[in-house]
Design a protein around this ligand. Structure first.
Ligand code: UDP
Length: 331
């Protein structure tokens, strides 16, 4: 079975490639290296550098390999940037997905696992968000992912391209064996930024608001270990293999932690005092985003193996200590 991983040089994509290869699956990577890292790609994995919007490029890849299924990660994913430059997000995310689905249709590839997001929900109406909750994104990033989910539904009807869209909550942590990790530039996510403070690369962590209606006033998120997240993709592929369908599943642990709790846990793990200051709220941040992952449990048989925050932060800490400059070698 050959699986095409788009965005295989990115944070989640590179962990997916690693897991697929550990399970002896054949993998082909596409990445534009717009945000991915050459250093995240192992030399023995077939890799094509290019843009999904280039259909001739896609034809070359699909003709060179007998691809059975696609896991589609490649996308722009910065919420703030999507607000200031929405057309970039429609062009790259939606345009890339259209072109990819057209190529799949031309080459008769009928299975795709799609990297979606909790940002499709917008401001939540319930404490535990489930897949039947309203989807009213509050930013273009979430909107583009929702558009793609809808496109996948119609593509399923029309062309028999079956899909499972996985709505990620806050993905964090690194490969437990230390082979891959998170490297964004610029980094905007809480856990890697907190760890950069512990490494002495930043002076402090700015807490974006402590006046939210939560017990300590800081925002609550559902952090999910990247390896657990990747496991769900493999289960979703099996599911599509056995029963073709179009489905949407949340991926989270069903447990929320506040920004303060994340910082305190990181202080314990790193032994660093991690100075913090309270700043104003970041635009578009809901107070609390926690998943009900009951459906993924029932439908995919998925159970997170590393649900505790300590393990998630510890694995990220191990990676950041051994790769203080990410995938860029120290000069
Ligand atoms: N956050 C923060 N300081 C930072 C980065 C993030 O206080 O430097 C907060 C952010 O407001 C949110 C939570 O940490 O409440 C998680 O943010 P992140 O960007 O990691 O993920 P998001 O929830 O936006 O997907």
């Amino acid at each position: 079975m050959t699986i095409l991983v788009t965005g295989g040089a990115g944070y989640i994509g590179s962990h997916a490639v690693l897991t697929l290869k550990r399970q002896n699956k054949d993998v082909v990577i596409i990445d534009s290296l717009q945000t991915g890292h050459q250093g995240a790609i192992d030399q023995d994995t077939p890799y094509y550098e290019g843009d999904l919007r280039d259909s001739e490029f896609l034809d070359r890849v699909f003709s060179a390999h007998s691809i059975d299924a696609v896991i589609h990660f490649a996308a722009n994913s910065l919420v703030g940037e999507s607000v200031t430059d929405p057309l970039k997000y429609y062009d790259n995310n939606v345009g890339g997905a259209i072109s990819l689905l057209q190529a799949m249709n031309r080459h008769e590839v009928k299975k795709i696992i799609f990297s979606s997001t909790a940002a499709t929900y917008g401001e939540p109406e319930s404490e535990l968000i489930d897949e039947n909750d309203p989807t009213v994104p509050t930013n273009p990033y979430g909107e583009t992912k929702l558009v793609i989910e809808k496109m996948l539904k119609w593509a399923g009807n029309a062309y028999g391209i079956h899909s499972i869209s996985l709505r990620y909550f806050n993905v964090a942590g690194a490969d437990m064996e230390g082979e891959k990790g998170e490297d964004h530039n610029p980094e905007t996510h809480l856990i890697p930024i907190v760890l950069q403070v512990a490494l002495g690369q930043r002076e402090k962590i700015s807490i974006f608001g402590n006046d939210y209606p939560t017990p300590d006033g800081t925002c609550i998120r559902d952090y999910i270990h990247v390896q657990d997240l990747v496991d769900a993709h493999l289960l979703a592929l099996d599911k599509l293999e056995k029963s073709p369908q179009t489905a949407v599943n949340n991926l989270g642990n069903g447990q929320g932690f506040s920004v303060m709790e994340v910082i305190e846990t990181a202080r314990r793990i790193t032994g660093h005092d991690i100075p913090a200051s309270i700043e104003k709220r970041r635009e578009g941040d809901p107070a609390m985003l926690v998943a009900s992952a009951e459906r993924a449990g029932k439908e995919l048989g998925w159970r997170p193996k590393h649900p505790d925050l300590e393990t998630i932060i510890q694995s990220a800490w191990q990676w950041h200590q051994s790769h203080p400059n990410g995938y860029t070698a120290r000069t």
